[in-house]
Write a protein that binds this ligand. Structure first.
Ligand code: PHE
Length: 361
C-alpha cells in the first residue's frame, strides 16, 4: 500500500470512529487513539524523520491535513453530542405550567407559636434579647431564690407538679412560672440586663382560662436607675404594638408577688359576648400579666447588690394574649390537637410576624 493510500485508510477509519462515538467519553477515546501523544497520527509524524527530504515534505503536508481534518471532525461531533445532551435534558426537565397547583399544605402554625414570635419581635425591637431556662427546676430556682420560703402561702397557689422525692429529701418540680429564668440570667450575666424568656410552664389547674401546661414570657430589666415608670411605659408600648391599636384599655392593679415590691397586675379590657372574646370592648377584664420591681432578696439570690442595682420584672400569659388577640374563647382547645381547630385559628408557615410587615398580617 502506498503511503498516501495508507493515510487515506487511516483517515476513513478515524472518521468512521468519530461518527460512531455515542457520547463524550467514546469521542475522547477516539481522539486519544488517533491524535493523542502516542496516537496513530502522532506515530506517523514521528516516522517523518526517517524519510528522504523530498518525500518528507509531501508526507508532512498530508499528515498535517489529516490531523486538521480529524480535529475538525471531532469538534463537530462534540458540538452535535452537546446539543443532543442539552435537548435530552430539556425534554426530561420540562415543567408543565398548565398542571393544577399542588394541594394546599395541611398543617398550620399554632396561634401560641405565632404569638410567641410576635412577642419576641416586639421586645427585640425594644432592645431585649431572649433567655432560656429548664422546665424541670429545683425548689431553689422556682421558689426560694424568688423570695418564696418553704412555708410561704404562695406555694399553695402554684399547684405545683412535683417529681418523686430523692434519697436526700429533695425533689424536683415542673416550673410553675418563667420567673426562675430571672435567677439563671442574673447568674449568667452582669447588669445591665434586658431579657425576655418565653417558655412553657406547668400548674395542676384546668378550666376555661387555665390548662396544666401553659406559656409565659418573663421579662427582666436591671440597671442602676430602672424604675416603675420604665416598667409602665414598656408594658404600654408592648400592648399597643401587640394589639396593633392605640386604644387598648389596660388596668394596672396593685397586687402582691413575693419576688416583686411593689407589685401590680395588668388586666386588658374585653367582652365575652356571644362566646367570643373581643379586646377593647365591654366591661370585662382579663388578667394578662403580673409585674413589679424586683425584690431586693431576689437580687441578692441572683448575686447582685440591691444597693447598686434595681429593676423590674413581669410575666405575661402567652396563651391569654393569643385568646384576646385572635378571639379564641376556650384555652383548653389550644392543646386538644384538633386539626379543624388548627385550620381555623392557625397561621400559614409563611406568615412570619414582623413589625415592618405586620405582626398578624
Ligand atoms: N411569675 C408570676 C406568675 O406566674 C408573674 C410575675 C413575673 C409577677 C414577674 C411579677 C414579676 O404569676
Amino acid at each position: 500500500m502506498s503511503g498516501q493510500d495508507e493515510l487515506e485508510k487511516l483517515e476513513s477509519e478515524a472518521l468512521a470512529a468519530i461518527g460512531a462515538a455515542a457520547d463524550m467519553r467514546a469521542l475522547d477515546a477516539v481522539r486519544v487513539k488517533y491524535l493523542g501523544k502516542k496516537g496513530l497520527v502522532s506515530a506517523q509524524m514521528k516516522g517523518l524523520g526517517a524519510l528522504p527530504p523530498e518525500e518528507r515534505k509531501e508526507r508532512g503536508r498530508l499528515l498535517n491535513e489529516l490531523r486538521g481534518a480529524l480535529e475538525q471532525a471531532i469538534a463537530e461531533r462534540r458540538a452535535a453530542l452537546e446539543k443532543q445532551a442539552l435537548e435530552e435534558k430539556l425534554a426530561k426537565e420540562r415543567v408543565d405550567v398548565t398542571l393544577p397547583a399542588r394541594p394546599e399544605e395541611e398543617g398550620a402554625v399554632h396561634p401560641v407559636s405565632h404569638v410567641w414570635e410576635e412577642v419576641v419581635e416586639i421586645f427585640a425591637d425594644l432592645g431585649f434579647s431572649v433567655a432560656e431556662g429548664p422546665h424541670i427546676e429545683t425548689d431553689w430556682y422556682n421558689f426560694e431564690a424568688l423570695n418564696i420560703p418553704p412555708e410561704h402561702p404562695a406555694r399553695q397557689e402554684h399547684d405545683t407538679f412535683y417529681f418523686h422525692e430523692k434519697a436526700d429529701g429533695t425533689r424536683k418540680l415542673l416550673r410553675t412560672h418563667t420567673s426562675p429564668v430571672q435567677i439563671h440570667t442574673m447568674e449568667a450575666q452582669q447588669p445591665p440586663i434586658r431579657i425576655i424568656a418565653p417558655g412553657r410552664t406547668f400548674r395542676c389547674d384546668s378550666d376555661q382560662t387555665h390548662t396544666p401546661m401553659f406559656h409565659q414570657v418573663e421579662a427582666l430589666v436591671i440597671d442602676r436607675d430602672t424604675h416603675m415608670g420604665h416598667l409602665k411605659w414598656t408594658l404600654e408600648e408592648f400592648c399597643k404594638a401587640f394589639f396593633e391599636t392605640e386604644n387598648v384599655k389596660m388596668r394596672f392593679r396593685a397586687s402582691h408577688f413575693p419576688f416583686t415590691e411593689p407589685s401590680m397586675e395588668v388586666d386588658i379590657n374585653c367582652s365575652w359576648e356571644g362566646g367570643q372574646v373581643k379586646v377593647g370592648e365591654g366591661d370585662d377584664w382579663l388578667e394578662i400579666l403580673g409585674s413589679g420591681m424586683v425584690h431586693p432578696n431576689v437580687l441578692r439570690a441572683g448575686g447582685l447588690d440591691p444597693d447598686e442595682w434595681q429593676g423590674f420584672a413581669f410575666g405575661i400569659g402567652l396563651d391569654r394574649l393569643a385568646m384576646l388577640k385572635y378571639g379564641i374563647p376556650d384555652l383548653r382547645a389550644f392543646f386538644e390537637s384538633d386539626i379543624r381547630w388548627l385550620r381555623h385559628y392557625g397561621f400559614s408557615a409563611l406568615q412570619i410576624p414582623t413589625l415592618s410587615g405586620g405582626l398578624s398580617a
